[in-house]
Write a protein that binds this ligand. Structure first.
Ligand SMILES: C[S@@+](CC[C@H](N)C(=O)[O-])C[C@H]1O[C@@H](n2cnc3c(N)ncnc32)[C@H](O)[C@@H]1O
Length: 285
């Protein structure tokens, strides 16, 4: 079967450089503005295509080592290209953050932006890893998204997907069951409410400060959101459908989003929190 352009894009999570301008990119300077002093080692978890590492290297000439951990081979390859000119100041590791192996670094700064929900429900493993890999005065800067959720635990992107599946003939009330049958956890369940997350973070870290802003996504047209969805979520939701329906699913997600844009002046809006964390006294390795 020939894949549509979007299906092919979703398989490799391609096009993120462009797509991330809609939402994720705004975390980058927000986080890096909180880096103080003269850091020597920074680790970015779920480093994607290396955008945060690139900006950090540019903003902090004192960095002798910028380390990225990422699961996607395609993203690592793109990051490698992007960061090549920094030579030995950059190390990229392929890693699954649901069970990260120890590495021989102690970092002044560890960052993780728009990633933690993908590690649900075993986030404690990466949190323990971070605690062990922070230098004694190191800081962990983390961003987390908190869309409102309904009684089924759906919200945020799940709502757009539910509406798109409705257009394809799947009744909205059967969507929670369909996701569950296919082992697709709703994103709004993965993200956890901010107070629940705070309790989890408190097991490992002291919350020095936190800030919240509203992430508002707007689009110019349906194609732009179709592209964003494929680059951000890949096949995650599309996998609940037969392969023959997936190209139409991606197009419909784009149309649903642009219809919301027309009706409400935006596609979505949700709080994002930035946490500044330090290892709890006595708990560093
Ligand atoms: C939304 S992107 C965020 C990328 C980047 N941090 C940013 O803010 O633009 C989520 C990233 O986490 C990575 N990721 C998801 N689950 C992962 C896992 N279990 N281990 C390592 N990386 C993972 C994805 O491949 C993707 O690059």
């Amino acid at each position: 079967m020939t894949l549509s352009d979007t299906e092919a894009q979703a398989r490799t999570l391609g096009g993120y450089d462009d797509a991330s301008r809609l939402r994720q990119v705004h975390d980058r300077d927000w986080v890096l503005d909180r880096v103080t002093g003269e850091p020597g080692v920074l680790i970015d978890l779920g480093s994607g295509i290396g955008q945060l590492l690139e900006t950090a290297l540019h903003r902090h000439p004192t960095l002798r080592l910028a380390v990225g951990l990422e699961r996607s081979e395609h993203r690592l390859a793109e990051a490698g290209e992007r960061l090549r000119r920094h030579g030995g100041r950059v190390v990229l590791h392929r890693a699954d953050l649901t069970g990260p192996a120890p590495l021989p670094y102690r970092a002044d700064v560890i960052t993780m932006t728009s990633v933690l929900h993908w590690l649900y429900p075993v986030e404690h493993r990466v949190l323990a890893w971070v605690r062990e890999h922070l230098a004694p005065d190191g800081t962990f800067l983390l961003t987390t998204y908190h869309p409102a959720r309904d009684r089924h635990g759906l919200g945020g992107e799940d709502d757009i997907v539910r509406a798109a599946l409705g257009v394809l003939g799947i009744p909205p009330e059967s969507v929670p069951g369909l996701l569950e049958d296919r082992d697709v956890l709703p994103i709004a369940t993965r993200t956890r409410p901010a107070d629940e997350l705070q309790a989890l973070l408190g097991e490992f870290f002291t919350v020095e400060e936190s800030w919240e802003r509203e992430a508002v996504v707007t689009v110019q047209d349906a194609a732009q959101y179709e592209h964003f969805h494929a680059a951000t979520f890949g096949d995650y939701y599309a996998s609940v459908l037969e392969p023959g329906l997936r190209a139409e699913f991606f197009r419909t997600v784009g149309r649903v989003a642009s219809e919301r844009q027309r009706r409400e002046g935006r596609v979505s809006s949700m709080p994002v929190r930035l946490w500044k964390l330090t290892a709890r006294p006595g708990s560093t390795a």
